[in-house]
Design a binder for this molecule. Structure first.
Ligand code: G3P
Length: 221
């Protein structure tokens, strides 16, 4: 399973990249706003900076909602770097835009997916990725992971090449469940990736190894 980091924070992206396990980056307008990145020029520059750090897929989301505007904005985003993936929110106009981008060889990530029907439409239009939001479904007492399973099954049934990018991943169990189900990618904040490192038996085991080593290597009196 590929690991994408879900942030626009350059320090977090660098840290995940330095860990050697990073396969890409996803951003959205909320994450850009959180970093204080405003205005078109700054936004474009920020995406370029991210592309210089990771040299792998970087999802850059359009803020346009109509077909014509999405095409214009998406093409500008795609021109920033060959690794930019144009992220579009699910809608009728987006499905048309995904079809257009796919025919032009511009990769897309259809985001804000909350049903299998939405994912199927995006796949039929030629989306490179669909992003179902696990945590936000859990938030409304709906099983987010069941949606990942449903989409993986449907794409496998018909051999769609669209990859399932599990988003809104909030904790380590989400990551493991995505891997068990066979999601192609999960995207999560750095904090969630780092939680995967931890186990109390690893900590206590290491403390004992080091203590035993120290005891055995004390100078003989
Ligand atoms: O990738 C989408 C993600 O940013 C949403 O996460 O935690 O805001 O639901 P969250």
């Amino acid at each position: 399973m590929k690991f994408f980091i879900d942030t626009a924070n350059l320090a977090d992206i660098r840290e995940a990249q330095d860990m050697g396990i990073l396969d890409g980056v996803t951003t959205n307008p909320s994450l850009m706003a959180k970093e204080g990145i405003t205005g078109k020029d700054n936004v474009m520059r920020h995406y370029k900076q991210i592309c210089e750090i990771v040299q792998s897929d970087v999802s850059a989301e359009v803020i346009s909602v109509t077909y014509d505007e999405m095409i214009k904005e998406g093409e500008e985003l795609a021109d920033i770097d060959e690794n930019i993936v144009v992220k579009v929110p699910m809608s009728g106009d987006s499905i048309k835009a995904i079809k257009y981008f796919s025919e032009k060889g511009i990769r897309t990530n259809c985001t804000l997916i909350f049903s299998a029907g939405q994912a199927l439409l995006a796949a039929k239009a030629g989306a490179t990725y669909v992003s179902p939001f696990v945590g936000r479904l859990d938030d409304i007492s709906t099983d987010g992971m069941a949606l990942i399973e449903q989409i993986v099954t449907i794409f496998t049934n018909y051999g769609y090449t669209t990859e399932v990018l599990a988003a809104s991943v909030r904790h380590p169990m989400h990551v493991i469940q995505c891997a068990e189900i066979g999601a192609d990618i999960m995207t999560a904040p750095l904090s969630v990736m780092k939680m995967l490192l931890n186990h109390p038996l690893t900590d206590s085991g290491l403390a004992k190894f080091l203590a035993d080593h120290e005891k055995a290597n004390l100078p003989v009196k």
